[in-house]
Design a protein around this ligand. Structure first.
Ligand code: TEU
Length: 552
């Protein structure tokens, strides 16, 4: 396969909510036309794939993850015609677009549910999960503790309880029902026809679950194969990216042993241990997660991320480990969420410390896989903890120092633009950072540019190297005859690392970002000192990989 065949392996993904990105029509709400005006910015940053969060018709009680019509563009954001124009513009710039597929549940306002609740004999009644009695375990498996009390709620109209894994206004679909499966593929087919390159699949472990009162735990992984098969038949280049927060040993079931299910998964095992490592400089759990997620079918790919639009879920750390991350990055209870996570933005967690932010981003762009960024992190946006739950990290994008951060010309933005002294739009915005050579934004643009030229990272084999320093993560990547080494010092003090590099060219390490950073090591033995939180990327044996790449 050529790099361009499996485009997703060397992609730079950027996730954004249309409503918060850019308002073109002046009603205070971001829209597709506004986003279209920002596509040159995104292409210039080096992004190659946008992930659009739900923009469908919805009562928006869960930021659009409560879909009322899978085929309709939310009127506030635009029309189907505007969507096609936006897609056309994106395509012209070489940007791919993937969209959220929220198939585990609908909004309770979806006509399927409205019809189902009114009539026991309605064709859609069995598309949802009902019970005459409230199951005794109705308080188990709640996803949003504190905001959600049960997973079974009584519906007056239906005269039965219905099952909802998430909020009570999100009734679960019975995804084992053949008609529901048909509907899901129909929705996929519709958006593929409009040019999307695939889907971020919401809540996959729940999607494939057998649901119902008293049923034993069982998952139907065949559904993932069916969806992949359909997808590839309709559009060969399209991909499925799973949101599945599962332990590493379960991930192969989502990829499929032979890579015949989902191409990509968000790497939750690495994500939470990465934050633990940044909090403590103890690299044990992170190294474990990297090694545990090493094995995967050749076409499968992990997606790494720092923050997403949801809370930073630390649910799979031990209670002691989790507490250490809380102590370091979210000491106040108001910064924590659902007893398991952190709801802050990255810059705020890292105390707006440029050195630590660069360390985090350098890791994002060099962990073996495909990086995914959250909108606004490229300029170091902060959060507004006065907003409820996850809303605090979903504030409007800060474009300029003009009123409302240049997000809208309306006086009533959909949400207040952050305006505090450190993270407010006057201090943190795109246009100022464009003018400042060493801004976080310009730095990010440069590191993305380098990342794209290092397919060793995304395509190669990798190894967590054994070194003399426990606080430094040393990774080696080998691909088609070219090799790369990265070092990251997680500690707030200077540290020295010694390691042996085997293979051709091992005597010379060329620092790809810094003319004074090369290391010469006789017999492949290198001794390198790193400042607090410093990081380095080295090509092995040569400043360039093109000459040394084996032909394919
Ligand atoms: O999240 C699904 C989901 O399972 C997450 O809430 C997960 O439990 C959490 O991140 C911890 O890993 C998706 C969306 O990302 C979220 O915004 C929605 O609220 C949710 O689905 C319901 O649709």
């Amino acid at each position: 396969m050529a790099i361009s065949d499996l485009w997703y392996k060397n992609a730079i993904i950027y996730c954004l909510p249309v409503a918060k990105y850019m308002d073109a029509d002046g009603d205070g709400i971001g829209d597709l036309d506004g986003l279209a005006r920002r596509l040159d910015y995104l292409a210039g940053l080096g992004v190659t794939c946008l992930w659009l969060q739900p923009f469908y018709r919805s009562p928006e009680r869960d930021d659009g993850y409560d879909v009322a019509d899978y085929y309709a563009v939310n009127e506030k954001y635009g029309t189907p015609g505007r969507f096609v124009e936006f897609m056309n513009h994106a395509r012209a710039l070489g940007l791919r677009v993937i969209i959220d597929l929220v198939a585990n549940h609908t909004s309770d306002q979806h006509p399927w549910f409205q019809q189902a609740r009114r009539d026991r004999h309605a064709p859609t009644r069995d598309w949802y999960i009902w019970s005459d009695q409230r199951p005794p375990d109705h308080e188990k498996g709640i996803v949003f503790p504190g905001s959600q009390k049960t997973t079974w709620t009584y519906d007056e109209e239906a005269k039965q309880y219905y099952f909802h894994r998430f909020y009570d206004f999100q009734p679960d679909l019975n995804t084992l029902h053949p008609s529901v499966r048909d509907e899901i593929t129909r929705v996929m087919g519709y958006w593929l026809e409009l040019g999307v390159s695939g889907f971020r699949m919401d809540a996959v472990p729940f999607l494939i679950e057998r649901k119902g009162a008293g049923v034993a735990h069982e998952q139907d992984f065949e559904l993932l194969h069916e969806m992949r098969h359909f997808l590839q038949w309709r559009q060969g280049e399209a991909i499925l990216l799973a949101e599945a927060n599962v332990p590493p040993d379960e991930s192969l079931k989502y990829f499929g042993d032979r890579g015949d299910r989902l191409q990509m998964m968000l790497n939750f095992p690495v994500n939470q241990r990465l934050f633990y490592a940044m909090a403590t400089a103890d690299l044990g759990p992170l190294t474990w997660a990297l090694r545990e997620t090493y094995k995967r079918p050749p076409e499968a790919q992990w997606v790494h991320f720092l923050r997403s639009h949801d809370e930073l879920d630390l649910g799979r750390l031990s209670p002691e480990e989790r507490q250490q991350v809380f102590d370091a990055f979210a000491p106040d209870a108001s910064m924590q969420l659902y007893n398991r996570g952190i709801r802050r933005r990255l810059a705020a967690m890292l105390g707006n410390d440029r050195g630590r932010l660069e360390l985090a981003f350098s890791l994002l762009f060099s962990l073996p896989g495909t990086p995914m960024m959250l909108y606004g992190d490229e300029i170091g946006m902060g959060d507004d903890l006065s907003l409820p739950e996850r809303e605090c990290a979903r504030t409007p994008m800060q474009w300029t120092s003009e009123p409302h951060g240049g997000f809208t010309r309306s006086d009533r933005p959909i949400q207040r633009v952050i305006d505090d002294r450190t993270y407010g739009y006057k201090a943190v915005n795109v246009s100022d950072q464009r003018r400042e050579h060493n801004s976080l934004l310009n730095w990010t643009e440069r590191i993305i540019r380098m990342r794209k030229e290092c397919p060793e990272i995304s395509w190669g084999d990798f190894e967590v190297m054994a070194t003399s320093a426990s606080e430094i993560l040393a990774l080696r990547y080998d691909w088609r005859g070219a090799s790369l080494v990265t070092l990251h010092n997680f500690a707030g003090r200077r540290a020295k690392v010694v390691f042996d590099l085997k293979g051709p060219g091992g005597d010379l390490l060329v620092d790809v970002f810094n003319t004074n950073g090369d290391s010469h090591g006789r017999g492949g033995r290198h001794e390198i000192s790193l400042d607090p939180y410093a990081w380095r990327w080295f090509r092995v044996g040569s400043p360039d990989n093109a000459l040394h790449r084996a032909a394919q």
